[in-house]
Design a protein around this ligand. Structure first.
Ligand code: GLU
Length: 476
């Protein structure tokens, strides 16, 4: 591959888009309209900290407004730049279309190293950034709804929501201006782990399709599969934890900023997470071998590789050496377009980011709906459901008495059956359903069309088709 330049993140997304669009029959001009980013705002603002003014640069990019509000996270990192937020905004458009979340795509970022600031300083900076965005309607329940991304979480979302509410005191829907808020500030149960949960549901759906599993050269279920995860942040941690604790997968490698842990017998994900919280990194963790050169573990033999950190980690310099037959992109853009080509030729199956990590925005959608309806999910139906179930249970109990030794109710049937679903259960059910349906839409294209070699192209085709229909319905 020498001589061929590695595409930037933005170029990678465009290349992947073009690959899919070339297999579609879009009206002239519409392809270009869908691909381009509508607008990217750069804001520079000063905050007085430690006796002097610090200037910060932030972005909010709006990729497509075929549906409004537009949606997407806000990232805090030093490496944030326009190319990156535009690529991420474009991915949000396709991601929302694929999982049928009724939003256009957007993304934001602030160039900052959050570790350099105290909590009260972060609050000042975040509130000021939110002010700059809100006054341009780049935070607004009906126009642009941010969410967490790398470097941000519930805390930042609560500050932003409060800042918006202070600026819009009569907006009854103010809480719907951002998602990913803490539960006590208008959030929804299950949002924090939603992206990781989505990875688990995506993999379960993949393994429900033996034909697809076979394409990756694998067989059976998730049970016993060897997993390597890169990045034990919110997404990687939850994905690895759920897969190992609930599906019987074995996490054999964990790659972090200060090296990688490897243990072919399996690593306790929760214990490593606690170690990181306490020590700041994975180094010296006792129950695995530590390698300083973390990237090498990406190339270890395993069944499933989960890149859950930055974009571009699988690129033209290492793609050839990646041994995992199945990659699920928990991060946005972890495989460059160049690497994608190399891996495709090798027969590696990639479950693409726009589908794999869509659990976050899916549950964000539920949170936004909850905020607009001003009522917790399940509040009206739960007890009524329980009362109706009680009727059946009492009839069964009558039968139980009547039949004597011939038949009896299973011991925990009553309590299990009686329990009405709470918000968390409803969120999980909605997420599971979303991930299954989106997978089916994507894999149908993959199976039915001879010219579609991979899931990523199939995902783009489904997404672009939906966006184009929505533009056409608008008369464009
Ligand atoms: N930042 C997440 C993503 O990349 C979540 C976006 C959202 O919930 O709006 O999908």
């Amino acid at each position: 591959m020498t001589g061929i330049k590695e595409p930037s993140f933005r170029e990678s997304v465009d290349l992947m888009f073009n690959r899919a669009a070339s297999l579609m029959d879009l009206p002239p001009g519409l392809e270009e309209k869908i691909r381009v980013c509508n607008a990217t705002y750069t804001v520079r603002f000063g905050v007085r900290l430690r006796g002097q003014i610090h200037t910060f640069t932030g972005y909010r990019s709006v990729h497509s407004e075929h549906m409004e509000p537009v949606k997407g996270g806000i990232r805090y990192a030093l490496a944030v730049n326009q190319d990156e937020v535009e690529a991420l905004a474009a991915l949000m458009t396709y991601k929302c279309a694929l999982v049928e979340a009724p939003f256009g795509g957007s993304k934001g970022g602030l160039c900052i190293d959050p570790r350099q600031y105290e909590e009260h300083e972060m609050e000042q900076i975040t509130r000021r950034f939110a002010y700059e965005l809100a006054k341009r309607d780049l935070i607004n329940p009906s126009q642009n709804v941010p969410a967490p991304d790398m470097g941000t979480g519930e805390r930042e979302m609560a500050w932003m929501a409060d800042q918006y509410a202070r600026m819009n005191t009569t907006d009854i829907n103010a809480r719907a201006c951002v998602t990913g808020k803490p539960l006590n500030a208008g959030g929804i149960a299950g949002r924090v782990e939603a992206t990781g949960r989505g990875i688990q549901y995506a993999l379960r759906e993949f393994f429900r399709n033996p034909e697809d599993v076979q394409k990756a050269g694998l067989s059976g279920s998730l049970d016993g599969k060897r997993v390597i995860v890169q990045g034990l942040g919110n997404v990687g941690y939850h994905a690895a934890k759920f897969l190992s604790e609930e599906d019987g997968s074995r996490v054999i490698g964990i790659i972090e900023w200060d090296g990688a842990l490897f243990n072919p017998d399996g690593i306790d994900v929760e214990a490593v997470r606690q170690w990181i919280v306490k020590h700041g990194g994975v180094k010296n963790y006792p129950d695995a071998t530590h390698t300083a050169e973390g990237g090498a573990v990406l190339e270890e033999e395993c069944d499933i590789l989960i890149p859950a950190a930055l974009e571009g980690v699988v690129n033209m310099s290492n793609a050839e050496r990646i041994k995992a037959p199945l990659i699920i992109e928990a991060a946005n853009g972890p495989v460059t377009a160049g690497a994608d080509e190399i891996l495709r030729k090798k027969g590696t199956v990639i479950i693409p980011d726009m589908y794999a990590n869509a659990g976050g925005v899916t549950v964000s959608y539920f949170e936004w709906v909850k905020n607009l309806s001003h009522i917790r999910f399940g509040r009206m139906q739960r007890r009524q459901e329980e009362a109706r179930h009680e009727l059946i249970v009492s009839e069964l109990q009558r039968l139980d008495r009547y039949l004597g030794d011939a038949w009896s109710m299973s011991p925990d049937f009553k309590s299990k059956y009686l329990k009405g679903a709470d918000e968390l259960e409803l969120v999980r059910s909605g997420l599971d359903d979303t991930m299954r349906i989106a997978y089916q839409a994507m894999s149908e294209v993959w199976h039915d069309r001879d010219d579609v070699e991979d899931l990523r192209t199939a995902a783009y085709i489904v997404a672009i088709d939906r966006v184009s229909k929505s533009y056409r319905a608008k008369g464009l």
